[in-house]
Design a protein around this ligand. Sequence first.
Ligand code: PMP
Length: 298
Amino acid sequence: MTQDYTPKANLKIWLDGRLVPTAEAKISVFSHGLLYGDGVFEGIRVYGGRLFECRAHLERFANSLNAIRLQLPWTNDQIVEAMKETIKANGTKDGYIRLVALRGAGTLGIHPFRTVSPQVFIICDTIQMYEPSMYEKGMSVVTASTIRNHPNALAPQIKSLNYLNNILAKIEAIDAGCLEAVMLNHEGYVGECTGDNLFAVQNGRLRTPATHCGLLGGITRRLVLHFAQKRGIPTDECTMTRADLYFSQEMFISGTGAEICPITQFDKRPVGDGKPGPITKQVMSDFRGHIRSGEDLL
Ligand code: PMP
């Protein structure tokens, strides 16, 4: 069931301080990032050649690094410079940066400190998560049976390279003919989607699961809450059940890659009247306006 997909060969990749062509951007088979998923990453949008909400992403990156006890030989400022260099080298106007930090190559054993120095690489490419029609008509989403990682096992707040939890749920979504799935947490409450945060509108209130429900504190999620509050729409970061979602009039996802996309069918049930609702459209429009402003909010 695999499809042919060839990564772009003509990109310039920043790897440990040097810009190299894709074919020369190589990582050791002994990299603990590869062997054990021992590393963290960020996905950052580039709009109009500019890093979008860079500070918030770097803050989360630093928190993820700290959580897995990975110390980089680069400062935040150097990483920002490296990302800017990569954008320039690739001539990117609107695109997506993938910033990855890996524990270095080491012994065959998980000991994280028996490794050589950590590695950092930066890819700057284009991204399209979903078809443009989905942003107009909305997407279908199902609940996955795979629950989100327990926060005391691998906290979803850490943006680690261990995405198998999400990938198993994503496979369930694909099997159900969808591209996203809602993941519940270990207590059965709604967490987030496989690569996006989740919002629902219930009786005029914009609600999203609280971060203590076990989810990644999304940068786009924070922006959405900001836009809604500015419009006087009451917001709740709360505990939500799947039934709460069935009783919602609107649903949407938020994420760096996906941006904001309406959900119009959930577990084979229409959401509201089956069309993107007014609050969803308002937030989508505020998001586009924010991108155009060229200023960061967070
Ligand atoms: N949850 C998960 C699991 C994610 O991987 C992401 C990022 N793609 C998000 C939520 C959204 O976070 P952000 O808005 O910061 O991209």
